[in-house]
Design a protein around this ligand. Structure first.
Ligand code: UDP
Length: 243
């Protein structure tokens, strides 16, 4: 059991990238399903008003601190936790799949993006054992669930945006066996090379969200006012805990 901390009542697992990866690997070896959520402030704020999503966050097997906002929220509680970027974690999972010949599946993003992402990984790891690849634009969710069940992957990356990706993973958890599943948001767009990854300096300064907002100004509506309210709520929470 890893240590957990709570940010606005949502559990975060305190662990390093390697520890998270080892847990996923153990689950695959023991043939058990394992849901990983790469948690960010938007998700925590969504959980405040959406009880169903709060339950998903609370019942997942591992919640890793993806957003820099989560790292700051933990710091307010004097808890040190490095940010584990979803894209970095996903890359390591794929490396793990190639080293162990695990069956792998991708679900999400636009067709050209998902195919390019797959192609790029196959260039890097030609032995990757892809059993399923599907874009994220579909009407019949049950059909997709059946297809993935037949493909029987051991690692499944789902990039549909939140909460859609976490919701379908919960459904898949009840039909798959021995599968590690992670919601990867827009990571396929980055893996395809079509969307640029934020430069190292932005990552180091924790300003990745700013870089993405400059490239995609429509994201501004999504993160404001969510991000400032999240931080204010976290500050209030940390003051209340002290008092
Ligand atoms: N997407 C999808 N199906 C949908 C809606 C979105 O596959 O019905 C994909 C979209 O193409 C993108 C990802 O989901 O690749 C969402 O990315 P976003 O930037 O919203 O996620 P974030 O990284 O912010 O969590």
């Amino acid at each position: 059991m890893s240590m957990k901390a709570f940010v606005l009542n949502c559990p975060i697992d305190l662990c390093s990238l390697d520890e998270a990866l080892n847990k996923a690997n153990d689950a695959i070896r023991n043939n058990i399903n394992f849901q990983i959520i790469t948690i960010n402030p938007e998700m925590i704020m969504n959980a405040q008003k959406n009880e169903h999503f709060f339950n998903i966050l609370s019942n997942s097997d591992l919640n890793i601190a993806d957003g820099v906002g989560v790292k700051i929220a933990l710091k307010l509680k004097k808890i040190k936790q490095n940010q584990i970027r979803g894209v970095d974690f996903s890359r390591e999972l794929i490396k793990l799949a190639s080293e162990n010949n695990y069956r792998i599946a991708f679900l999400g993003a636009k067709e050209e993006i998902i195919q390019k992402a797959k192609e790029n990984f196959l260039k890097k790891y030609p032995n990757l054992n892809f059993v399923y690849t599907r874009n994220g634009y579909f009407d019949d969710e049950n059909k997709i669930i059946e297809e993935i069940k037949s493909a029987n992957p051991q690692i499944l990356l789902v990039g549909l945006g939140s909460p859609k990706q976490e919701e379908i993973i919960v459904k898949l958890k009840s039909v798959l066996q021995g599968c590690t599943m992670v919601g990867v948001g827009g990571s396929f767009d980055v893996f395809s090379g079509i969307v640029k990854e934020s430069p190292m300096i932005y990552r180091k300064l924790g300003l990745e969200w700013l870089y993405r907002t400059i490239l995609q100004p429509e994201r501004f509506k999504r993160i404001f006012p969510v991000l400032p309210i999240f931080l204010i709520k976290c500050i209030i929470e940390s003051i209340q805990k002290k008092g």
